[in-house]
Design a protein around this ligand. Structure first.
Ligand code: FPP
Ligand code: MG
Ligand code: MG
Length: 321
């Protein structure tokens, strides 16, 4: 294993992982299997498994089955959350395919998400109690982040702080847990585990910030562009505009805050926002946070795995992953 370059090893791991992911979604009825495989088979970057695999290079020996289990728990939790997320966001499209809620309705989509989360629970139990503990803490953060997003900031909350706290909980937590799981299965030291976790938390923020930006900028995400705007979930550029309170932006803010249910109104809000300089400032902030993430890797030993984690930060900003 040590002889082939890291990329070849990762490709091999991801291939095995893919086979196991499809198998773990098998249910008692063909219908549930089909519905549970729907989002899995539609694609996905497998970003969390990749982080588990890379982080596992910073400990000692790792059992391949445990490595697969750790990656599985993270990806299943992620996919389960997407089934629920698309119900809450009334989303029609996921990974270029019709969402589960669109195909089978909200109840089936929620219950299939629960089914996949149950599969994650079985797998995490096989790893041991510390893993169950971290998985449960992470789940609690995911859910609380999502509830905070749904409720919005309180009267005395700073909306930008609220947004950053939401994305730390709903996204950063699971990405941080992925990096930590990788360290744990390889028996990494407490210092390494903490560095990996801090890196994962910050990378998670970068991931969600750039995901929110491409919700505005891109037509080819496999999701309907502008979903956040339409659902009234303000993300970084909109929050920056509101914080500036520049009278010149009043019309744009009124447009964004108005009824965006028609395709025409959403398209005009999106094109006005895309043309605004605040988009460049938001991207600068994403780059700044990517640098913070890279700095967390300082205590880790140099090598191909560290280089790969550094590259993850660049790729997220340039959104090649
Ligand atoms: C995507 O956000 C959603 C999340 C990151 C997690 C939301 C959390 C839950 C639904 C609770 C977890 C439930 C289970 C069963 C694990 P987004 O809407 O901003 O992303 P999108 O653009 O991909 O839709
Ligand atoms: Mg969503
Ligand atoms: Mg959402």
């Amino acid at each position: 294993m040590a002889e082939s370059p890291l990329e070849d090893q990762l490709t091999g791991l991801l291939e095995t992982f893919e086979e196991r992911l499809v198998d773990v979604a098998v249910a008692n009825s063909p219908f549930v299997t089909e519905a549970a495989r729907h989002i899995i088979s539609a694609g996905g970057k497998r970003f969390r498994p990749l982080l588990v695999f890379l982080a596992s290079r910073f400990g000692g020996h790792v059992e391949r089955d445990d490595l697969m289990r750790a990656a599985m728990v993270m990806e299943l939790t992620h996919v389960a959350s997407l089934y629920h997320d698309d119900v809450m966001d009334v989303a029609d499209l996921r990974r270029g395919a019709p969402s589960a809620n669109r195909l089978w309705g909200n109840s089936v989509a929620i219950l299939v998400g629960d089914f996949l989360f149950a599969r994650a629970s079985t797998t995490v139990a096989e790893l041991g109690v510390e893993y169950v503990h971290l998985q449960a803490e992470t789940f609690a953060r995911l859910v609380q982040g999502q509830i905070a997003e749904t409720k919005g900031p309180g009267e005395h909350d700073d909306p930008l702080r609220h947004y950053l706290d939401v994305i730390a909980d709903k996204t950063g937590s699971l990405i941080a847990a992925s990096a930590r799981f990788g360290g744990m299965v390889s028996g990494a030291s407490p210092e390494v585990l903490d560095a990996l976790t801090a890196f994962g938390e910050e990378v998670g923020l970068v991931f969600q910030l750039s995901d929110d930006l491409i919700d505005i900028t891109s037509e080819s995400t496999g999701k309907t562009p502008g979903t956040d705007l339409r659902e009234g979930v303000p993300t970084l550029p909109v929050l920056m505009l509101r914080a500036d309170a520049d009278p010149a932006d009043a019309d744009l803010l009124a447009l964004i805050g108005g009824d965006l249910s028609s395709d025409e109104s959403l398209a005009s809000a999106l094109s006005a926002l895309r043309a605004h300089p605040v988009m460049g400032r938001a991207l600068e902030e994403v780059k700044r946070r990517a640098e913070l993430a890279r700095a967390h890797l300082a205590p880790l030993p140099a090598g191909d795995a560290k280089e790969a984690l550094l590259k993850v930060c660049t790729d997220l900003v340039e959104r090649t992953i």
